[in-house]
Design a protein around this ligand. Structure first.
Ligand SMILES: [Zn+2]
Length: 220
């Protein structure tokens, strides 16, 4: 899953206003931010198999550290502790902020579960899970768009614009994300080069997080 992960970021921000939407964009994508560099380093594995699914050529046959359920839980706990004892330590609602950030990290596994082929392990190896929505491009796009819009609607209900721009900036941002995903799924050719894939994935993840931070500053 790509932009659909940000549905959780919007929803979690709506739930706990003390969090940063920009950091929630990082949290919900955190295990993917680790995954691509770990593949490059030869620690996890991604094979490119032509038309492996309708959406991409990714055969992820070994990635327990980032996409095992246990691995994801460990990263979530790490986020929880870092927020509780470092980043949010002086805030009254630090426990709630830490919990929301941890849930952001954890949400990635469950969102991936919808779209991946059965390649997500609990710990390492079998059994592996995935409902395989990636076998249908249109459904993949539709479901990601739907959850993202639902997340946005909840965020808009729970936050208020502080100025004129704040009224529509979040909507423009989501339309932009949907347009990027359209290009990604229907227009651009499959990228089967791990180096350029890693660079473009990381650039987009951090760019989106910066944009989310900007959007969030226009709302309170
Ligand atoms: Zn993932």
């Amino acid at each position: 899953m790509f932009v659909g992960h940000y549905a959780a970021a919007f929803a979690l921000k709506g739930k706990e206003k003390g969090t940063s939407l920009g950091m929630l964009f990082i949290a919900t994508q955190f295990v993917d931010i680790l995954f691509f560099p770990l593949v490059l380093a030869g620690i996890e594995n991604l094979k490119f198999v032509k038309n492996f699914t309708a959406v991409n050529d990714f055969n992820m046959d070994y990635y327990p550290f980032t996409h095992g359920l246990l691995g994801t839980i460990v990263w979530s706990i790490l986020f929880y502790l870092i927020y509780l004892f470092v980043i949010a330590k002086n805030k009254i609602n630090k426990k709630s902020i830490a919990l929301i950030m941890a849930l952001g990290v954890l949400s990635h596994w469950f969102a991936d579960l919808i779209v991946h082929t059965p390649d997500l392990p609990l710990v390492n190896g079998d059994p592996k899970f995935g409902f395989g929505l990636w076998n249908n491009k249109l459904l993949t796009y539709g479901v990601e768009a739907l959850v993202l819009i639902l997340g946005l609607v909840y965020y808009l209900k729970k936050t208020e614009a502080i100025n004129k721009i704040g009224n529509y900036i979040a909507i423009i941002f989501v339309v932009f994300l949907l347009a990027i995903n359209y290009l990604n799924l229907f227009v651009l050719p499959a990228n089967d080069d791990i180096k350029s894939l890693t660079i473009s994935a990381l650039v987009f993840y951090f760019l989106f997080a910066l944009m989310a931070r900007f959007v969030d500053k226009k709302r309170a």
